[in-house]
Design a protein around this ligand. Sequence first.
Ligand code: ATP
Ligand code: MG
Ligand code: MG
Length: 369
Amino acid sequence: GATLGMLGGGQLGRLFTLAAHDLGYRVVVLDPDPDSPAGRVADEHLHAAYDDPWALDRMVQGCAAITTEFENIPAETLERLGASVPVFPSAAAVRTAQNRIREKTFLRASGFPTAPFAVIRDTQDLAGAMAEVGVPAILKRAEFGYDGKGQARIATAGDLQAAFARMGEVACVLERRVDLALEVSVVLARGIAGQACCYPVAENEHRNGILDVSIVPARIDPDLAVTARDMALGVAAALEYQGVMAVEFFVTHDDELLINEIAPRPHNSGHYTVDACASSQFEQQLRALCGLPLGDTRLLSPVAMVNLLGDLWAKREPRWSSVFAAPGARLHLYGKREARVGRKMGHYCVLGENVDSALALAREIYRAL
Ligand code: ATP
Ligand code: MG
Ligand code: MG
């Protein structure tokens, strides 16, 4: 098999690397962290900055194609690599997705529904944004936010002023807080010729701004699920996207779908595809990258996925026998040495007769960890 390049060494890169190894490929991982989860399973680990000229040259020379697992890879890096080898997703798609102002402006301009939002670049924009968006609202920094970091809840003009100052007056969007019935997401893959496929809709529960549990299929009206999948494919087409991407949605109490954000990579809410689908999102990433036929997204069993955060390690190592003993449960740990609060250390999936029984067993396992 050929050698593929992976920009970013986190758990998404690790799961990609494992899927690539299954298919006989070699993987070179670039990540500044010498002990990254993907780097430790890669065939070669370059620990250097994402704009390090030596490391980029090495990737170009050694890799047949290059992909990414981290949306904050500088778009210039993708552009530079893309001049010599196939790089997917493209610099243009990542540039749009890695900045909330560009992302939301693109969605709105392309006719996709979003929560009301306004752009804030300096203090002069605050009053106008507040008037346009209304309250309650959320201030989100345009770049480098994840797991709900870089966000502040806003109820008054005073809150907004204080939060913007606390963020260091960096570019932000102010977004209306939506009264959520549910959150769902769709992971999809799109190939060179525009052929695309998408996975069933996942229903997502967050805790403290971090994904906690995903349940598939989502407990939503089947027509709404079709609409969500169509919309996600529409976003990918509008971006001329190639590779795997995810679209996060809000579902309102009137069964209205709003697009929250796009992830230009496999997604945490798509981890269930490893244990419950014919082809996983990581295998799909490889297929799209290598120009192979896309895989079968069929769901083989209802499934619940639970994230394991560092918090669980606070007192002692979790009791893994709780997962190992449960029928239909599968554990994945990312090999991170340090269990910090809020850090994603691993996840497990529970397959079941239906989502409710899978979820009930998943929660039972969690309590016994
Ligand atoms: P990640 O990239 O890790 O998914 P993020 O830091 O980019 O997270 P968002 O997806 O914008 O953050 O928000 C995190 C969570 O906060 C959402 O999944 C949702 O639960 C809640 N949230 C964000 N924006 C809104 C909103 N406008 N209305 C209601 N809830 C919101
Ligand atoms: Mg995000
Ligand atoms: Mg999100």
